[in-house]
Each structure stands twice: as structure tokens, then as C-alpha cells.
Write a protein that binds this ligand. Structure first.
Ligand code: BGC
Length: 759
């Protein structure tokens, strides 16, 4: 065994990293992989395409069996769902010591918003609009993951989502393609660094493609859209990850153009590899090959062959490749070249990660002991969580709270560790999370008395609770009656100066297989809020949710609303930092908040239609009889404890020509009493074109900090790149004419200027 590893190492110089000159590193890798593959049987090659899980993260109905034995027989290329250098070392030893060619395994996991130290859910992180912070969150996650034995993470999830019923909206960056692409880039950079240096991981962008457009927001449902919409609004974030050098891609469960993504050759080969130049490997989602039987594509042998032919390299859990590809090869249904290609890509990934050089590279017990959940990473988690929160309402400046008097802290999420981390925090330990109650006590100081009452259950519906509680008791139905709990809460409120109600969703009311048809607060919580409001005390609602919720009633009745998402390990401290003004909120929502479910999909970059609605009770316009077209809170919206005012948009040249560059400048002033940060957003409208365009599209943003009374000039550079769009021939270009340049603090409230751009 040792011998092979030594021989293998002699073919390497150092671990191939991004820093090495590409061609020489590639040539070395090539010769190593070619020589190794020369020794492999077809069965061993197929074994490399098999990704198994012995349990741990289980999101389908299957787990792998007889894993050790399969590793020995060379039937496994990678493992996911286990952590810890000791366990990973043991599994690696089986591969390296007992399989014929001693090929190391690759170890992956869902590291989505932090690994052991949990950061806010991705939708929350995106609301920070802070790219260096998001990159850093991925970097810390990579450091913890590699200290825990892992070298491959199933993130970033870059699926654009315009439907908050879809539970997985929590895992992405919201509705906008431009922001989503910036975040995709930042995450890949954060995870992978400049080289696979032992502390960085290989990222896996997912779910390619269009998974976020599931019909009716129901998970795993059909998607169907025009190519123009695909290219304009859904594909660019995956492409951004690829341009940033992402090492792997995960196929999605849904179909694209009536062919499941996992068997879609156009998607996996023509677009991904030929057009975009992707060089890494593609893994399926969990049993996505097998699921094509239910999609109606054929039996296991057929769907496995279709997946390989489409360009899939690795089969997650389903073992369709393992069990059918040899036979398909014999029958001429697939070719040895196709198997070779896939095997080569998997081996290349292992090579790049340095696993041939040292299969135990990520099994360092010392790092495991010292680099996980450190003070520094917890500090970062606290800061990132505060920076992700969005202040939705703040009447009469009820916030920030004063550090004196009595606060009634009410709600089933107020003294609750279980739900702080949010969905997809598979390696997070909720027992290490800070509750709201604890955080408020930590931050408020001795002059604040805190009176706590649970007030209600997250939901009183035991059937619903059972479904949500699939991974543990997140919805814990109290023995007391709902009225007893409300009475206790009212008594607490009556003794207090202000009520802080921590309400919203349990962690797994969003995430995979957690779609909801009603995205308002549960009836138990609505009743509680009405009772609290009736006490006449000011009520601050801290909303924990993994999606935009429909909260018209709460917006009407609450004095303040802070969207805290699922803040992660440092939840309570971060929320308290914001409530008491240690941090002035600066987040802006990245998915519109609908007024009701009937409005969905509601998003800022909609099309005008031939009968746009301009207000008033007119008939025959594109509107509803019973609700306005506007969301409750528009994309990009979020308040601060201070206020900002925007000057007019000044354009450097009103009649640019050809490839000239413009600048659009605004003065932004802090007109309030607190220092604060503002996300200054640039939108562009193209009112006349050969295809219909959205009413506006985000094309830039800058997050700035201003002291009270301070004014800053914010300048955006605009080139013809920002004017380009896909036309009917899918040509990406711009057309001459007028453009409206808009700058503002959200997608609705902007100042604008017109330019005429000629060719
Ligand atoms: C999810 C993926 C995830 C995979 C592995 C699937 O069910 O859709 O996002 O990476 O499981 O856990």
C-alpha cells in the first residue's frame, strides 16, 4: 500500500493549487491521473463515481449499506455525512490500506452557513449586502470544516427564488440575479481561497439549474421557463461561481426544458462545459439519478446511462452508476470514454485537494481541538448576525431600547436554543447557541429587568408540529393551555415598559421539503400578538424566519419589527446588540415581502405588461381587485436607527456613445442621530428594446458608513455591460436608446436621471 502512495507522490511536486502556473500544474496532474487510470479496471473506474453516505445527513429515503466493504472493493469514490478527523481517518484507512489501488476517498458535507460555528442562514447573510463579510463567513466555515476532516462542501446554493413558499429560499440569496452572482463569487472565494492549502475546501455550487423556480413554491416540483428568462435571471449566479473557479457542481432535482437536470446534456455538457468552460466535476443531488425513474425517463439502467451521457460524474447515494454502468457498457449504451472522462474528473478533484499526496491531510486532531468554535469565530458569528438583520419598521423610534427599565421578553423563540441555528446547520450544536433571553441579559446590563414568558407555542397544531419535528423537537407544545400562556404573557407585559416578542418560524419550517402554502405567523402567535398589543405597551416584534412572511397585520399593529432570520450560534447576543443599539441595523431584504400569498410571485424586476396598473380604481389593467400589486416591503428595503437622504443623480455624460463609460453620482447624507451604514443601490431601466425588459434591474451597490451629519459622494461606473440583455436569438448585447439610471436605498424609492446612449 505505502508503496503506491510513494510512487504516486513522486509524480507530484507540491499539491496543485490555484497559485501554480496552470499549465505546468495541469500537465503534472494529467500525467499522474493518466498513469493511475492505466492501472484501473473498468469496475474500479465506476467505483470512483460512487458517492455514499453511511447516515448522518439523510435527505432522501435511502442510505448506503455495507459501506466499509464497498470501500475495500474499490466501489466508493467519496463519502459524505461523517465528520471528525478520527472517523474520517478510519474510513480513509480502509480505502488507502485495503483497496487494490489505495485511492483515497474524498469527504464532503453540507456546510451551508458555517460549519460548527453557525452564521445566519444564507438569506440572512445576503441581506447584509456585505461581500467581504460573506466571503469571510465561507472562509471560517472552510477552516472549521478542514479541521473536522472535510475537504468538500455542498455550497454555495445560488438558486434564484421569487417564491417564499419554497422552503429553500432560506438557503440562497433571494430574488436578484446581480446580487446573487456577487454572493456566489464571494462564497467560492471564501471556501476555496487562492489554493487548496489544507485550510480551504472545494466548493460545490448548487443546484444546477433553476431549482428555485419550482412551480407553486412546492419543493422538487417542475420548473419551466423561457430561455431568455433562464439566461437573464436564473443562470448567471451558477456561471459566476464557475468563473470564480468553483471545483464542483451539483445537479438539481428538477427538470429543465422537460428533461431532468441530471440527464440534461444541454445543461451539463453543452452549456456548462462547452460554453462556460467548466473543468471540475459534477455530482448529482441525493438520489437524483434514481428519481428520474419517477420523472418517467426509464428504469435504473436507463436513467443511469442517460446521466453519464449527459455529463454527470458522480452519483450521490443512489448507486445507479455502480449497479448498472458495466452492463450498459457491455450493451453499448455508454462508452468507456464516457466512464473514463467522469473518473478522470473525480480523480483530478482528489489530486487538487492534495489527497494523493497525503490522504490524511485533513485529519489533524490538533486542528480539530483548536480551530473549531473558537472565540474568534463566535465573535465573527455575532457580528455577521447583527449585520444581517433588517429593521422593517420602527415607529416613534421605539428602537433602540434604553438600557434601563423593565423589558417583557415574550415568545416561544425567546428562551429557545433549539431553533437559533436555522435549517441546514448539520454540524452546529444548538446546545452551544445563545438564546434571546441570555443575550438580552448579557447586553442590557444591570439596570434592565427582564421578565420572560413563553406566551404561546410556535404552533398549536400537533400534526403540523410532527412534520416539522422530523430532526428533533423544534415545535414543543406546552402542557399549559394557550390561554394560560397568553395570560402569563399579559401579566409580564403589564409590569414592563416595553414588550419584545420573539416569534416566527421553527428552524425547519424552511429548508428542504419545507414549503408552506400559508406564510403568515401561526394562529397561536397571532393571538398572542393581539393580546400583547391590547395591553397598550409598545411592542417590538423580533421575527425569526427563513423566508419573507406575510405580516400585513403585524406591520399595521406592531411598533417595531426586526427581521432577525435564524441568526446562528450567537443569536441572542446579536439580537440584543441590535435591540439595544450596540449595532445600528444596516441589512436590506433580498426577497420582496408579499402582502399575501395570492400576490406570489412578487419581485421588483417584473415586466410592465401591455396594461400596466398606475393606481386608481380603473378596470382592465394588470392588477388585483383585492390587493395592490406592490409588496409589503420591496427588495432592497431596510431601515436604520438613523435616516439617510439622497441628492439628485448626477451623470457625467448625458449622451454617451459606443463603449464610453459613464459615472452616476449621488450625495448621501446621514440626517439622523446615529452613525449608520447604508446600502446605496443602482438600478437601470431600458424602456424600449426589441424584447420586453423588466421595469428595472439592479446593476450595482455600495455599502457605506456615515457619521451623523456626514455626507458622502457615491459614484457608480456604468458601461455598456450594464445595458446588455439576452434577445430572442439569445445574443447578449445592448441596444441604443434611452436608459433611466436610478439610485436609492431600496428598489422602490430611487432618484433617477435619463441618458441617451447611441451606438
Ligand atoms: C439536497 C442538497 C444536499 C444533499 C446532500 C439533498 O437532498 O438537495 O442540497 O447537498 O441532499 O445532503
Amino acid at each position: 500500500m505505502k508503496k503506491t502512495i510513494v510512487v504516486a507522490c513522486s509524480l507530484l511536486s507540491m499539491t496543485a493549487g490555484f497559485a501554480q502556473t496552470k499549465t505546468s500544474a495541469d500537465a503534472k496532474m494529467n500525467s499522474f491521473v493518466t498513469s493511475l487510470m492505466g492501472k484501473m479496471t473498468t469496475e474500479e473506474k465506476i467505483g470512483q463515481l460512487n458517492l455514499v453516505t453511511p447516515g448522518g445527513t439523510v435527505t432522501g429515503s435511502v442510505v448506503s449499506t455495507d459501506v466499509d466493504n464497498k470501500i475495500r472493493k474499490g466501489q466508493v469514490g467519496g463519502l459524505f455525512g461523517i465528520t471528525g478527523p478520527d472517523k474520517i481517518r478510519k474510513a480513509q484507512e480502509i480505502a488507502v490500506n485495503n483497496s487494490r489501488l489505495h485511492i483515497p476517498l474524498i469527504f464532503g458535507l453540507d456546510v451551508i452557513h458555517g460549519h460548527r460555528t453557525i452564521f445566519p442562514i444564507p438569506l440572512g447573510l445576503s441581506a447584509s449586502w456585505d461581500m467581504p463579510m460573506i466571503e469571510r463567513s465561507a472562509q471560517i466555515a472552510a477552516q472549521e470544516a478542514t479541521a473536522d476532516g472535510l475537504s468538500w462542501v455542498y455550497s454555495p446554493m445560488v438558486d434564484i427564488a421569487r417564491d417564499p413558499r419554497w422552503g429553500r429560499i432560506a438557503e440562497g440569496s433571494g430574488e436578484d440575479v446581480y446580487l446573487g452572482s456577487q454572493i456566489a463569487k464571494a462564497m467560492v472565494k471564501g471556501y476555496q481561497g487562492n489554493a487548496y492549502d489544507g485550510k480551504s475546501v472545494m466548493a460545490c455550487v448548487k443546484h444546477y439549474a433553476l431549482y428555485g423556480a419550482a412551480e407553486a413554491g412546492r419543493d422538487y416540483n417542475t420548473t419551466d421557463m423561457s430561455r431568455i428568462k433562464m439566461f437573464e435571471y436564473y443562470l448567471p449566479p451558477y456561471k459566476a461561481a464557475i468563473d470564480a473557479g468553483v471545483g464542483s457542481v451539483m445537479s438539481s432535482f428538477n427538470e429543465v426544458d422537460a428533461v431532468p437536470a441530471t440527464a440534461n446534456k444541454w445543461l451539463m455538457t453543452d452549456l456548462l462545459r462547452k460554453q462556460w468552460g467548466f473543468k471540475g466535476f459534477v455530482v448529482t443531488d441525493y438520489t437524483a439519478i434514481n428519481e428520474m425513474i419517477d420523472h418517467g425517463i426509464g428504469d435504473l439502467k436507463r436513467v443511469s446511462a442517460e446521466a453519464l451521457k449527459a455529463g454527470i460524474d458522480m452519483d450521490m447515494v443512489g448507486e445507479g452508476f455502480l449497479n448498472t454502468l458495466s452492463q450498459s457498457l457491455k450493451e453499448g449504451k455508454v462508452t468507456i470514454q464516457q466512464i473514463n472522462e467522469a473518473c478522470k474528473r473525480v480523480l483530478e478533484a482528489k489530486y487538487k485537494l492534495g489527497l494523493f499526496e497525503d490522504p490524511y491531510r485533513y485529519c489533524d486532531e490538533k486542528r480539530f481541538a483548536n480551530e473549531i468554535l473558537t472565540d474568534d469565530s463566535r465573535k465573527a458569528a455575532r457580528e455577521f448576525a447583527a449585520r444581517s438583520m433588517v429593521l422593517l419598521k420602527n415607529s416613534n423610534n421605539v428602537l433602540p431600547l434604553q438600557k434601563k427599565g423593565t423589558v417583557a421578553l415574550i415568545g416561544p423563540l425567546a428562551d429557545n436554543q433549539r431553533n437559533m441555528l436555522g435549517t441546514w446547520s448539520v454540524s452546529g450544536d444548538f446546545a452551544k447557541s445563545i438564546t434571546m433571553l441570555q443575550g438580552i441579559k448579557n447586553v442590557a446590563g444591570n439596570d434592565v429587568k427582564v421578565v420572560y414568558a413563553k406566551g404561546c407555542n410556535i404552533s398549536d397544531d400537533s400534526v403540523f408540529a410532527k412534520k416539522v419535528n422530523a430532526f428533533g423537537t423544534e415545535i414543543d407544545i406546552d402542557k399549559r393551555s394557550p390561554q394560560e400562556m397568553i395570560d402569563e404573557a399579559i401579566r409580564a407585559a403589564q409590569q414592563s415598559d416595553v414588550v419584545v416578542a420573539i416569534l416566527g418560524e421553527a428552524a425547519d419550517m424552511t429548508g428542504e421539503a419545507s414549503s408552506m402554502s400559508d406564510i403568515s405567523l401561526q394562529p397561536s402567535q397571532k393571538r398572542l400578538l393581539r393580546a400583547l398589543k391590547a395591553t397598550g405597551k409598545p411592542v417590538v416584534l423580533v421575527l425569526m424566519s427563513g423566508r419573507p412572511m406575510t405580516i400585513v397585520e403585524e406591520n399595521d399593529n406592531m411598533d417595531a419589527i426586526l427581521e432577525a432570520w435564524f441568526p446562528g450560534t450567537e443569536a441572542g447576543n446579536a439580537v440584543a446588540d441590535v435591540l439595544f443599539g450596540n449595532y445600528n441595523p444596516s441589512g436590506k431584504i433580498t426577497a420582496s415581502f408579499p402582502r399575501n400569498v395570492g400576490q406570489i410571485p412578487v419581485y421588483y424586476n417584473y415586466k410592465n405588461t401591455g396594461r400596466p396598473y398606475h393606481g386608481g380604481p380603473t378596470k382592465f389593467r394588470s392588477d388585483y381587485l383585492d390587493v395592490s400589486n406592490d409588496p409589503l416591503y420591496p427588495f432592497g428595503y431596510g431601515l436604520s436607527y438613523t435616516s439617510f437622504s439622497y441628492g439628485d443623480v448626477r451623470i457625467s455624460k448625458l449622451n454617451p456613445k459606443g463603449n464610453e463609460t459613464l459615472t452616476a453620482t449621488v450625495s448621501v447624507s446621514n440626517t439622523g442621530k446615529y452613525a449608520g451604514e447604508e446600502v446605496v443601490q443602482l438600478y437601470i431601466t431600458d424602456p424600449v428594446a426589441t424584447v420586453t425588459r423588466a421595469v428595472k434591474d439592479l446593476k450595482g451597490f455600495q455599502k457605506i458608513k456615515l457619521q451623523p451629519g456626514e455626507t458622502k459622494e457615491v459614484t457608480f461606473k456604468i458601461t455598456t455591460e450594464e445595458l446588455k440583455f439576452y434577445n430572442t436569438d439569445l445574443k447578449y448585447d445592448w441596444e441604443a436608446g434611452d436608459f433611466i439610471i436610478q439610485v436609492g436605498g431600496n428598489s422602490r424609492d430611487t432618484k433617477s436621471a435619463k441618458v441617451n446612449w447611441s451606438k
